[in-house]
Write a protein that binds this ligand. Structure first.
Ligand code: ASN
Ligand code: ZN
Length: 332
């Protein structure tokens, strides 16, 4: 018998949190029975297989420090639960495939590995421990980014190269931000930054900025002919920028204590529709309008079609969505 338990996670990034766990006899495991039995495993520096399911005699996991091997497990398990809850509560999606089946997470991948990744082949996500300044990759936004690659693969199927690849990456960044906001965790507040907890650059800056993507030195702020030949993590920039502009509008703004200043390619202002509406539009477009080879022009028409269905053709929301596309140089 596996009982539905609520354990305690002492995470590195999100403070003390409740975790979905299971009990079998006198042993507890990181098995989230209420969320498709999503499990979290310890690879213990291995690079293949599942490693060992986190288990122990008590239902407390980690101590907030990376030296305790359970801590990364607690963070990853929490991030998976938040992502599950976001898709269920906001979009009525039951798991990554929509079939109620949980994925699984693997932490402590390899030695000094500074990345995290989703694989469709195992229906699983994997986290490195970082190296040097870079901390373990187990923050909320990284977890949500990776799991969203699974959602994209099971919906639009955006091919991971060219413009569709940039849209695939942007979809992961968009819902990473959405999950982080929805989590409402006081230790990791919502923002339009990606990977700000990891310190991957060693100077406290995030991996990506959605208000002005070029702040990372590589990402593009605006669409241009030929953007399809840059790395998908940089061609995502204009779509991330579209999401920020649609959500918050152009110009200077502070959200949850973080200051942004979002420019537009045409110099015209963009009026915000609110993040919740932007999320609904992108999700509806991803799941009912986009397909494997959707490009930026197709993303514009897809989101406008979604906005028309949700808010009405020619509504203020519809027009603001169109203006946000024009602001990243994707026009009619
Ligand atoms: N963390 C990276 C990403 O999700 C891994 C990759 O390059 N696929 O984009
Ligand atoms: Zn990605």
């Amino acid at each position: 018998y596996q009982g539905v338990e609520t354990g305690t996670g002492n995470t590195q990034y999100s403070g003390t949190v409740t975790l979905g766990t299971a009990q079998s006899g006198s042993t507890y495991t990181l098995t989230d029975t209420a969320r498709g039995s999503h499990k979290t495993y310890n690879l213990n520096r291995g690079t293949s297989g599942t490693g060992t399911l986190f288990s122990g005699p008590d239902d407390t996991w980690g101590n907030g420090l990376p030296s305790n091997l359970e801590t990364a497990g607690a963070d990853a398990h929490y991030g998976a639960a938040l992502t599950w809850d976001y898709y269920k509560n906001t979009h009525a999606r039951n798991g990554i495939r929509g079939d109620g089946v949980g994925a699984y997470s693997r932490v402590h991948y390899g030695n000094n590995y500074v990345n995290a990744f989703w694989q469709d082949s195992c229906f699983c996500m994997t986290y490195g421990d970082g190296a040097g300044n870079a901390k373990p990759l187990t923050s909320i936004d990284v977890a949500a980014h990776e799991m969203t690659h699974g959602v994209t693969a099971n919906t639009a199927g955006l091919v991971y190269s060219g413009e569709s690849g940039g849209l695939n990456e942007a979809t992961s960044d968009i819902f990473a931000a959405a999950v982080e906001f929805a989590a409402n965790n006081s230790s990791d507040v919502g923002d339009y930054l990606v990977g700000e907890k990891i310190d991957i650059n060693g100077n406290g800056t995030p991996l990506r900025y959605m208000d002005k993507p070029s702040k990372d030195g590589s990402s593009k702020d605006y669409w241009y002919s030929g953007i399809g030949s840059v790395d998908v993590h940089y061609s995502s920039g204009p779509a991330n920028h579209w999401f920020y502009l649609a959500s918050e509008g152009s110009g200077a703004k502070t959200v949850n204590g973080v200051s942004y200043n979002s420019p537009t390619s045409d110099g015209l202002p963009v009026t915000a529709i609110g993040r919740a509406n932007a999320e609904k539009i992108w999700y509806r477009a991803l799941t009912t309008k986009f397909s494997s080879n959707t490009n930026y022009a197709g993303a514009r028409t897809g989101t406008l079609a979604a906005a028309a269905e949700l808010f009405g053709q020619g509504s203020a929301t519809y027009n603001n969505v169109a203006n946000a596309w024009a602001a990243i140089s994707v026009g009619a």
